[in-house]
Design a protein around this ligand. Structure first.
Ligand code: ADP
Length: 344
């Protein structure tokens, strides 16, 4: 269990309700997340889920209806703490007449970094994000990817202990995305807490240690990427018949292997003629007798691999469940208790 000093963010029961004459919007309905120092944490959710609202509460841009917890050990909402926080907002815009260096000086000065430190850090940061040759060029001449790299450098000008990054790889080409991943891995190794808000799930899977899935202002799941993607785990074996295979069909194989794993085995024929044997187990010991039996029956094993769901599978499953829960709630009498959001 992480101790309080291991935690960069420990938000508990964040609630934000927007009320107007016409309607009430529950942007957050009691979300709790923890981000450790030295980890990359992903905030996932469809548009309107409440991700930006949570980040804005941490950045004190908006006031929560209610919220408990700490960031870098200080109560959420404590302004001086922001001096140790780096922020990359979504769709950020820098004045396009400024050079990259001027942008870093401008934002550095705003977060209280003295001139001598800014002079030292600006070229170092430009180098870190791959813009060392563009320091004197104006933002006007920058591509989307370059602006995003500059945004990251800007978020680091105050040497933050915690980074809040809204869509950091938005508009960045594959090489640039890899650079950003490497950069974030270095920051993680240096013990920074990094909270990323993105909808690019494949990117997050490569980047994040843990993630939370939010829908309609509620937290539905939080955990390591492995924990979020454990469902549907299986071993898959591909094999093709040879001239010596006595019964080269999926049906015959199903009957032959039935005594080993019975109904747990799913056997299908692939368009290539190979059979695909799927067994819902994570233990490689389970599949050894199947491989032995295949060999004994003159099947040639072409591939054996552990299958696990992707983060996208996990996300879609959680969102579908969340929608089903919401529908059920809509049809439940008002006095019944709502289901609690998932916890790790
Ligand atoms: P996300 O970042 O996950 O796309 P947001 O946090 O921006 O979602 O928004 C969550 C919900 O709060 C949405 O329904 C959005 O329309 C609503 N919302 C956000 N800002 C305001 C505001 N200033 N006034 C009213 N509703 C808002």
């Amino acid at each position: 269990m992480p101790t309080a000093s291991d935690l960069a963010v420990d938000v508990y029961d964040a609630v934000k309700t927007y009320r107007s004459m016409r309607n009430t919007i529950h942007a957050l309905r009691g979300v709790s997340i923890t981000v450790r120092r030295g980890e990359v944490f992903g905030l996932l959710g469809p548009n309107g889920a409440g991700k930006s609202t949570l980040v804005k509460i941490l950045m004190t841009v908006i006031t929560p209806t209610s919220c408990q917890g700490t960031m870098l050990g200080k109560p959420i909402g404590d302004k001086p703490t922001l001096a140790k926080v780096g922020y990359l907002p979504e769709h950020h815009r820098f004045p396009d007449y400024l050079t990259a260096k001027q942008v870093l000086h401008f934002f550095g000065a705003m977060s209280g970094v003295d001139r001598a430190t800014r002079r030292k850090r600006a070229p170092m940061l430009l180098d870190m994000v791959g813009l060392s040759n563009a320091g004197n060029r104006t933002v006007r001449q920058f591509s989307k990817g370059m602006r995003q790299r500059l945004g990251l450098a800007q978020a680091m000008i105050n040497d933050p202990d915690m980074l809040l990054l809204d869509e950091p790889t938005d508009g960045v080409d594959p090489e640039g995305r890899r650079d950003i991943r490497n950069l974030l891995a270095n920051l993680r190794a240096a013990g920074k807490g990094i909270l990323i808000n993105t909808h690019i799930l494949a990117e997050l899977e490569l980047l994040c240690d843990r993630a939370a899935i939010i829908h309609s202002g509620e937290l539905h799941k939080q955990g390591t990427i492995a924990e979020l993607t454990t469902f549907n785990a299986a071993y898959e074996i591909e094999a093709r018949p040879t001239a010596a295979t006595p019964a080269p069909s999926a049906e015959a194989l199903t009957a032959d292997l039935a005594h080993l794993a019975g109904a747990q085995l799913q056997i299908t024929t692939k368009p290539t003629g190979e059979v695909l044997i799927r067994w819902a187990t994570t233990d490689p010991a389970d599949i050894q007798p199947i491989i032995d039996r295949l060999r004994a029956a003159a099947w040639q094993v072409t591939r054996v691999y552990p299958y696990r769901a992707t983060l996208e599978d996990a996300f879609i499953k959680v969102i579908e469940q969340a929608k089903a829960q919401e529908n059920a709630k809509r049809h439940t009498p008002a006095h019944s208790t709502p289901t609690a959001g998932g916890q790790p």
